[in-house]
Design a protein around this ligand. Structure first.
Ligand SMILES: N[C@@H](CCC(=O)N[C@@H](CS)C(=O)NCC(=O)O)C(=O)O
Length: 262
């Protein structure tokens, strides 16, 4: 019988697979292990009651296995490894924490509005540590030739890093980190990754409210819900600030002239 899994739907497109890196990690694990599963897309800005009953904290991913709903991607991936040991995705313990600080430092840098703080440097330090690991061990993956759990956790996070920092900060992983670049290429070209990733525009839409700055794009559907009377429609690609009304779901978009980099 197919397992059931609840994952995030795209922001502004409730019928499309969304941008949650933890949800994608679970889907990647199911794909790599060829475990049949049925996906429920959850609109996290309007969570259905049945979902809140099975996930009281309201978080995705949640997996139904042996008639029980289980939350948290760490726990889910552990259970899947136990129940479906072949092919093994176990990461040797000495490699299990490689890259584990990348996501946190990426989010801090993405949200930072102070161009003089250490958030970029902190992320670079973590990426350099990953470069160093990849340079000194056989690849293309962290534990060698075969993909393992640590890669499936990192892949969606590196995808978010690439897309969101490129969009909001015009930032990319330095070319000097060539092993990291090759590693990302190897991850992003896995069939399982292709099958479970969301489109870049939904990654951007997912991060936009958290960065409070975005580039205006008419493809971001949730931006079209209203403009303040004094602001004219921004030019496609211009830098804008999102202002949410505390009382209604209206979102105003104000063009700003300051550089997006800071
Ligand atoms: N530690 C959890 C994190 C899950 C998580 O933060 N999910 C986010 C989406 S990416 C969520 O469900 N947010 C909904 C909310 O907080 O209301 C895991 O690994 O599964």
């Amino acid at each position: 019988m197919a397992l059931e899994v609840c994952v995030k739907a795209a922001v502004g497109a409730p019928d499309v697979l969304g941008d949650c890196p933890f949800s994608q990690r679970v889907l990647l694990t199911l794909e790599e292990k060829s475990v049949p599963h049925k996906i429920h897309l959850i609109n996290i800005s309007d969570k259905p009651k049945w979902f809140l009953n099975i996930s009281p904290q309201g978080k995705v991913p949640v997996l139904k296995i042996d008639d029980k709903w289980v939350s948290d991607s760490d726990v889910i991936v552990g259970i899947l490894e136990e129940k479906y040991p072949e092919p093994s995705l176990k990461t040797p313990p000495q490699f299990a924490s490689v890259g584990s600080n990348i996501f946190g430092t990426f989010v801090t840098f993405l949200k930072s509005k102070d161009s003089n703080d250490v958030s970029e440097k902190a992320l670079l330090n973590e990426l350099e540590a990953l470069e160093n690991h990849l340079k000194t061990h056989d690849g293309p993956f962290i534990a060698g030739e075969r993909v393992s759990a640590v890669d499936l956790s990192l892949a969606p996070k590196l995808y978010h890093l690439e897309v969101a920092l490129g969009h909001f900060k015009s930032w990319s992983v330095p070319g000097s980190l060539s092993h990291v670049h090759n590693y990302m290429k190897a991850l992003f070209s896995l069939d399982s990754f292709e099958k479970t990733k969301t489109e870049e525009k939904y990654v951007i839409a997912g991060w936009a409210p958290k960065t409070n700055r975005l580039r205006y794009s008419s493809t971001l559907v949730y931006l079209t819900s209203g403009y303040s009377s004094e602001a004219s429609t921004p030019k496609e690609g211009s830098i804008v600030k999102e202002v949410r009304s505390p009382f209604t779901s209206t979102v105003w978009i104000k063009p700003i002239t300051k550089s997006i980099g800071g």
